[in-house]
Design a protein around this ligand. Structure first.
Ligand code: B12
Ligand code: SF4
Ligand code: SF4
Length: 335
């Protein structure tokens, strides 16, 4: 193992503004496979997770001589959001993280290929791999009971990505959980989705519910509260996030339309405007209808009767009509 290669990659990553970078062997533990099986057997997986456990761990299908994973964490929280009105979660503000993290990974890949004549492949939420487990094995942070990877400086408000390479690099050590007796996130989760420490039932997690295209039940609509996309609750309450530093990555600074939602423009938005705005954030991938549905539900949950005329003025829409009527009824039923 060449220690010089490791320190050169770290120095290069630091020079392009990456503070968290770690290394681990391209093998997953038996313990990890057991955890994936446990989640699957209990029905906690959602449609966005690779269900084939073999695919999640078989790195040699991607690169036959794979040796090392290199994980990076990129901080994304740039400001506090007003959660008294319909809002987007912190991780869906600014430019889509898939683009931002991938760009950083590609710069490191180019450096590795040019300097060490090595093979590389990079992933951010893209392959079958579990980005958190790789970050954990690389010592980037520890698993919180809310199942997020928590870093010392930016808390859990970091996105993760990794590079698979065929060079052998000395591994870093995983960090054990620092949650101790704390149960704050488990108690704060509005839908009870943290079934036990480190174990999320994705199907009841509000982040998933704001993303799914299927019909939402009345109970799911109530639970969404004012969320238009994603859920930050189990992270916002975490003591490790209270004093976490803000990101200085300009791509994550939200434009005005992302934080000061103009409900009327949002609900009457053309496809062209959607493609130029929200489609470029990480909330855009589920399409305009899902976000509009969530906003309509959030308006119904807001207790703000001033929304009634706007809701009543919306044209008939097969997908949205049920939610529009529910929200109008809810607001009209208020005393
Ligand atoms: C599917 C998915 C979701 C699903 C399911 C979430 C989930 N908990 O897995 C939904 C839609 C709900 C979701 C929500 C969110 N997601 Co998401 N999601 C993913 C995705 C695509 C796959 C995750 C997966 O396969 N999970 C499988 C389950 C079994 O794993 P797990 O819940 O993480 O559980 C692990 C630990 O708890 C641990 N564990 C279990 N028992 C024990 C015991 C001990 C002692 C220890 C130490 C550990 C431990 O092992 C488990 C894995 O085996 C990844 C990207 C990727 N390809 O990896 C992003 C990813 C996990 N998501 C991310 C983000 C940012 C979010 C949200 C914050 C977005 C938001 N604001 O709404 C929320 C957070 C919700 C939460 N508390 O987890 C980031 C996480 C960054 C971080 N710092 O951890 C990722 C890594 C994307 C990225 N590349 O940055 N997501
Ligand atoms: S993201 Fe929200 S719903 Fe999901 S586990 Fe965390 S607090 Fe619960
Ligand atoms: S709120 Fe407490 S239990 Fe939950 S992740 Fe943070 S420290 Fe761990």
């Amino acid at each position: 193992m060449d220690l010089q290669i490791k320190s050169n990659i770290i120095s290069f990553a630091n020079s392009i503004g990456i503070e968290y970078i770690g290394f681990c062997s391209a093998n997953f533990s038996k313990d990890f496979i057991k955890r994936l099986e446990y989640s699957k057997q209990n029905g906690y997986n959602c449609e966005f997770q690779e269900q084939d456990i073999l695919k999640r761990v078989n790195v040699f299908d991607c690169m036959e001589d794979a040796k090392t994973f290199i994980s990076i964490a990129i901080p994304y929280k740039t400001l506090n959001i007003d959660t008294t009105k319909p809002y987007f979660s912190k991780s869906s503000l600014g430019l889509d993280y898939h683009i931002v993290v991938k760009k950083k990974l590609q710069i490191i890949e180019n450096y590795i290929q040019a300097n060490f004549n090595a093979k590389t492949l990079s992933f951010v939420d893209t392959g079958a791999f579990h980005d958190r487990e790789i970050a954990y094995m690389c010592g980037i942070g520890f698993y919180g009971k809310n199942s997020t990877i928590i870093t010392p400086k930016y808390g859990s408000y970091v996105f993760l990505g990794e590079i698979l390479t065929n060079i052998c690099i000395e591994p870093d050590l995983p960090i054990s959980s620092m949650c101790g007796d704390c149960q704050i996130c488990i108690k704060a989760c509005p839908s009870g989705a943290i079934k036990e420490p480190y174990c999320i039932d994705s199907n009841t997690c509000l982040s998933y519910i704001t993303q799914k295209k299927d019909d939402l039940s009345k109970e799911e609509q109530n639970k969404i509260g004012l969320r238009i996309y994603g859920c930050d609750t189990c992270q916002d309450v975490c003591p490790f996030n209270k004093s976490s530093k803000e990101s200085n990555i300009l791509d994550f600074l939200p434009p005005d339309w992302n934080i000061h939602i103009n409900e009327e423009s949002f609900l009457k938005m053309s496809n062209k405007v959607f493609n130029e705005t929200f489609k470029k954030t990480s909330s855009g991938w589920r399409g305009k209808k899902v976000l509009q549905r969530n906003l309509i539900i959030a308006m119904g949950n807001s207790k703000n009767k001033n929304y009634i005329p706007l809701l009543k003025s919306l044209p008939y829409n097969e997908y949205l009509d049920k939610y529009i009527n529910n929200s109008i009824n809810k607001l009209e039923g208020l005393k």
